[in-house]
Write a protein that binds this ligand. Structure first.
Ligand code: RP5
Length: 162
């Protein structure tokens, strides 16, 4: 059964959102990726969000750029956690996406991540953390991931000053 939904407003968001997909895949999480546009396919958005819980999705990672209302509108139609990823936009470098996603009015939360690649990867890691609360194997994989990351940093060397 699919555990995490990864949706984005356009296939042009894939360059960024693939980093969420790759991270989920690395942890062996079952996920699906779909293009769902808030303003171009609103009926699909409603259907996707309304059926997410009954299909067994534990959370939805939603990435969008510009006036990025996709994560907020999905959150409006489901109570499963929505993790928003601001995708860099052509003219405002994704600051518009970030503000659109993060400034949800009180009552409908969207967990908002960093603009771009890091945000997409971190949204996936956050999804893994949520699932790890009830799946011990995932908790163990997450601990191993953190240890490997720590070892990498501890092994880092800096060049001699000339
Ligand atoms: C948003 O508009 C998408 O999330 C994308 O970031 C942006 C541009 O979409 P395209 O014009 O590339 O399809 O809906």
């Amino acid at each position: 059964m699919i555990q995490v939904g990864v949706v984005m407003g356009s296939n042009s968001d894939w360059e960024v959102m693939q980093h969420a997909a790759k991270q989920l895949k690395a942890f062996g999480v079952a996920f699906e990726c779909r293009v769902v546009s808030a303003h171009r396919t609103p009926d699909l958005l409603f259907e996707y969000a309304e059926t997410a819980a009954s299909r067994g999705l534990q959370c939805i990672i939603a990435g969008a750029g510009g006036a990025a209302h996709l994560p907020g509108m999905i959150a409006a139609k489901t109570t499963i956690p929505v993790l928003g990823v601001p995708v860099p936009s052509k003219y405002l470098r994704g600051e518009d996406s970030l503000l659109s996603i993060v400034q949800m009015p009180k009552g409908i939360p969207v967990a908002t991540f960093a603009i771009g690649e890091a945000g997409a990867a971190n949204a996936a890691l956050f999804a893994v953390s949520l699932l790890a609360n009830v799946i011990p194997e995932l908790a163990a994989k997450l601990a191993t991931f953190r240890t490997a990351q720590k070892e990498t940093v501890l092994a880092m060397e800096l060049p001699e000053v000339e």
